[in-house]
Design a protein around this ligand. Structure first.
Ligand code: BTN
Length: 239
């Protein structure tokens, strides 16, 4: 489904699921008026960006859901790296990063028996359209590349990569997905501050575990497993 404007493509996907739309259905909007990010944050969604939601029905144990976020991040990174040769990386739990700034994000939500994979990429987005408060943390592919990309081409390749990596997921090749994600991640080994509803933890991001959780070695030497479902706020040196 192609829309000039949506409130949130994830909400459109929920409407389609309620109307029994099938797995693989994709909602794409040219802009969003109420784009949503993690932790109830607003996702600024002007013309030029990619805003899409994919409906999946993987019938899996809930413990594997975080892998779907890593899977989507891998598909985004493969696409953008392949098309631009930019140094595209990922940050736990759901960020797409270029030049230490956020260029995209994933918002996975469950609804009825489905999973909605919401992907936002600041593609040809003019950075002046972001609020001043976000300017230091946000970038776009166009800004980093110094040129626009054909949005339709990027979406087509991204959906092809999603097909490939989702096939790996359905084959239960979670370890391969995690390893690929880890290879794209620059935050491992560096100092991080994690805030959850239950407190603040500081230490080194050591690895990502088999459930997609961040393994943190605290400055006190203790190993903690942090799950993104615990509404975590993650701060690294840059973003
Ligand atoms: C984040 O980094 O916090 C996640 C951002 C996810 C944004 C995408 S844009 C398409 C889909 N629709 C939404 O409202 N959000 C996701």
């Amino acid at each position: 489904m192609l829309l000039d404007e949506a409130g949130s493509t994830n909400d459109e996907a929920k409407r389609l699921i309620a109307a029994h739309e099938s797995e693989g259905t994709v909602v794409i909007a040219a802009s969003q008026t109420s784009g949503r990010g993690r932790l109830g944050r607003k996702w600024v969604s002007p013309i030029g960006g990619i805003y899409l939601s994919i409906i999946l029905n993987p019938y899996i144990n809930h413990s594997r859901l975080p892998i779907i976020t890593l899977m989507a991040a891998v598909a985004c990174a493969r696409t953008l790296k392949g098309m631009t040769k930019l140094d595209v990386s990922v940050k736990w739990p759901n960020d797409i990063v270029i030049s230490d700034k956020k260029a995209g994000g994933i918002l996975c939500e469950t609804f009825r028996n489905s999973v909605i994979v919401g992907i936002g990429i600041n593609l040809n987005t003019n950075l002046s359209l972001f609020p001043v408060s976000l300017k230091k943390q946000v970038t776009s592919v166009k800004f980093e590349l110094g040129a626009s990309l054909e949005r339709e081409d990027v979406i087509r390749i991204l959906l092809e990569e999603m097909d490939r990596v989702y096939a790996e997921f359905l084959d239960k090749r979670d370890r391969e997905i995690i390893d690929e994600w880890t290879g794209l991640c620059r935050m491992l080994g560096s100092e991080v501050t994690i805030e959850t509803g239950r407190g603040k933890h500081e230490g080194y991001a050591e690895a990502v575990g088999s459930k997609g959780e961040l393994i943190l070695r605290g400055f006190d030497g203790k190993i903690r497993r942090i799950f993104s479902a615990d509404a975590v706020k993650v701060r690294t040196e840059n973003i």
